[in-house]
Design a protein around this ligand. Structure first.
Ligand code: OFO
Length: 168
């Protein structure tokens, strides 16, 4: 049985992952509306991944005899100004998620819940990937600068990154 403290912290993270999914879904819609089809596909795939992250936590919580809570979600922003501004938001968001995972890991350590501590290591590794991907894309955007035609290749490049993501 897990402590109430851990149960609450896991439920908080479940909500964060679900909200991440909503944010990326909204980014996909924005990218689609601006003609960035590759970026849109990338964001749709990200939204699916975040839902998987949410489900993985939820199933773990149930498996350990905790009660999972499906909560309401905040409405994500819908206007992202430019690809650069959007991916800056992605990086900022993923850093926030990493911090939240770190806090969660630290609670499991304090409570000596080593099973949950072990379970969360997958998320620790995943966050390194997520932040690296966002930084990588921002580097590409900064290389393009104001070159409009560069964005055509950039869009194709980002679409190609979906396939390159390591399988889980
Ligand atoms: Fe769930 O990794 Fe992004 O937020």
């Amino acid at each position: 049985m897990m402590s109430e403290n851990i149960e609450n912290a896991l439920n908080k993270q479940i909500r964060i992952e679900a909200e991440s999914s909503q944010i990326y879904l909204s980014m996909a819609c924005w990218a689609e509306s601006k003609g960035f089809e590759g970026v849109a596909e990338f964001m749709f795939a990200q939204a699916d991944e975040e839902r998987e992250h949410m489900l993985r936590l939820l199933r773990y919580l149930i498996e350990r005899g905790g009660s999972a809570v499906v909560s309401e979600l905040s409405k994500p922003p819908s206007d992202f100004t430019s690809p650069k501004a959007m991916f800056e938001k992605v990086l900022k968001h993923e850093i926030f998620v990493s911090e939240s995972i770190n806090d969660l890991v630290s609670i499991t350590f304090d409570e000596k819940d080593f099973a949950t501590h072990n379970f969360l290591q997958w998320y620790v590794a995943e966050q390194i990937e997520e932040e690296a991907t966002a930084r990588n894309i921002l580097d590409k955007i900064n290389l393009i600068g104001d070159d409009k035609s560069g964005f055509y290749l950039f869009d194709k490049d980002v679409r190609a990154m979906i396939a390159q993501k390591p399988m889980e």
